[in-house]
Design a protein around this ligand. Structure first.
Ligand code: HEM
Length: 295
């Protein structure tokens, strides 16, 4: 994924609006121009409806999930699933998020008493596992009691570290690239480097600086929506966006409400990316020291 960012950067430095690359033996179209990206994701969505992953519904029915589906089947499933995330249902699920936070705080209190450091990546993986288990399957995963419990997931980190650093599409019918004579043939895979866009100094000067002020209403209004796409954009935008944000905010508030958070003694803030992970994730642990706040 860092290689894809390098491709995006090269095209951008050459002031190209788009370009091509090979992913193994497959030719890939990479748009750079933000208006072209907007067209592909939203205005001309009819040409780019799917992710282009191969799956076999007959022999592996579970592979026919929303992310993989295309065309009418995708549309019908999306319409069926969208009501899962209405405000009313989210309010109901909020209680579950708080319930799942309880065991996390109990676990951290124990670590605090022993004055040990904690790998926050591991803690948040357990927290999100418990939430998915409870909200999606009605199961108590008890990840804090049984750290080897099965379901694991990583969340977090949006502009600098979008968990999905490449948004992919496949061209489902020939597409004439606007203001050119070039036709993108049906079947062409498209990679949009959200990581490249998020670290483009044209949109975010001094891109590696963590600066929440970039997200004031005024600053947000000064740039295209398509310059911040951790959840993608357009009709295929992440269906769990509001739930994901609510989960992250709840977990963070519970941590900040209970602890003063300090870096571990040997924590270097080295954000080297794990090359083995499909989702953008820091290599190794993130060690923190927590000091219990008096209530
Ligand atoms: C911080 C957390 C999350 C991030 C950063 C994230 C990001 C994304 C991204 C980038 C996509 C691809 C969209 C595209 O290609 O256009 C996606 C799709 C999807 N996400 Fe999420 N997601 C998060 C949390 C969740 C949660 C909590 C759920 C479910 C409860 C969820 C369910 C889905 C589904 C079902 C899709 C496929 C949507 C479709 O193809 O119509 N996501 N997500």
């Amino acid at each position: 994924m860092m290689d894809m960012k390098a491709c995006y950067d090269t095209l951008r430095e050459r002031k190209e609006k788009f370009g091509g690359l090979y992913f193994f033996t497959e030719p890939i179209f990479m748009p750079v121009d933000i208006d072209l990206i907007k067209n592909i994701m939203s205005k001309d969505f009819a040409h780019f409806q799917g992710h282009g992953f191969t799956f076999n519904e007959k022999y592996d029915p579970l592979s026919a999930h929303l992310f993989n589906l295309e065309g009418e089947k995708w549309k019908n499933m999306r319409v069926k699933l969208s009501p899962t995330f209405t405000s009313g249902k989210m309010k109901y699920m909020f209680k579950t998020l708080l319930d799942c936070g309880g065991p996390m705080i109990d676990h951290l209190n124990g670590i605090c008493e022993k004055k040990e450091e904690v790998d926050i990546k591991e803690i948040l993986a357990c927290y999100t596992t418990d939430i998915i288990g409870s909200c999606a399957f009605g199961l108590e995963c008890n990840s804090f009691k049984d750290p080897d419990a099965e379901f694991r997931t990583n969340g977090q980190t949006l502009r600098k570290y979008p968990p999905v650093p490449i948004l992919n599409r496949v061209c489902s019918s020939d597409y004439k690239i606007p203001n050119t004579d070039i036709i993108l043939p049906t079947g062409t895979k498209v990679f949009i480097s959200s990581l490249g866009i998020h670290r483009n100094e044209e949109y975010y000067p001094d891109p590696m600086k963590f600066d929440p002020e970039r997200f004031t209403d005024e600053n947000k209004a000064s740039r295209s929506n398509y310059t911040w796409m951790p959840f993608a954009e357009g009709p295929r935008i992440c269906i769990g966006l509001r739930f994901g944000l609510m989960q992250a905010k709840t977990g963070l508030s519970m941590l900040l409400n209970n602890y003063r958070i300090l870096p571990g003694k040997n924590e270097t803030y080295d954000m080297e990316i794990d090359p083995q992970n499909f989702v953008l994730s820091k290599n190794g642990t993130v060690m923190l020291r927590l000091e219990k706040l008096s209530t």
